[in-house]
Ligand binder design. Sequence first.
Ligand SMILES: [Zn+2]
Length: 256
Amino acid sequence: MQRLGKNHGRYFGETIDIHAVLREVETAAQSHGWTSEIFHETGDFKWFALHRPSRVTPHASRIYMSAGIHGDEPAGPLAALKLIQENRWPEHAEIFLLPCLNPAGFTLNKRENTDGIDLNRDYRNPKAAETRAHIAWLERQPKFDLYLCLHEDWESHGFYLYEQNPDQKISHAEKMIAAVKSVCPVDLSEIIEGRAAHNGIIRPNRSPPERPDWPEALYLISHKSRQGCTLEAPSDFMLATRVAALVAAVNAAMDF
Ligand SMILES: [Zn+2]
């Protein structure tokens, strides 16, 4: 599988019609019995959270998943759509799914929102209205057993992920990487984004208070969950390959 060689300095690959994708997400979610809550709206954009209750009680695993916080990373919302359409969730899973945290960014094909704010650096002292609305929504939710944030990296050589697991719970990272390997190359570099990596896995060791500019994942690990992963599909590969990589990784993480 070859890199496309399109990305120079930023993402230059395929773009999506985010309104159309989110309409499909809502239709698929409705037909599979999800409930939907709009937690923020501006212009013709709306931010919504989907919820699928566990089919068994009382031992549900609560899983939180988000996508589309960066508007130049189309595989995340498309993977969310595919996962909802495939409807292969484990019976015990209660799922909270936010399919797009930066819809306006997608119309610009830009990482940031319309005000130029990188929302994924805005979770410590939030400036953006959509971050504040997202945090207010999170504060109304129970704690999650696992979080998964779906992203893409325009310059990586393959798929990789960041894992946060401060309590040393059973890790899902290795089996996610193993599942991805059958559909997409994994970035085996020893340094990725300036951090030590091993077999496509980065385990950051800086504690959240040391960072001034929290991404969503640091908010989640500080307030909502004790375990989770940020998934990074390589956006210089075919879009279908990146979507397949994210879907494979999520399905592998679910199967615990
Ligand atoms: Zn991203």
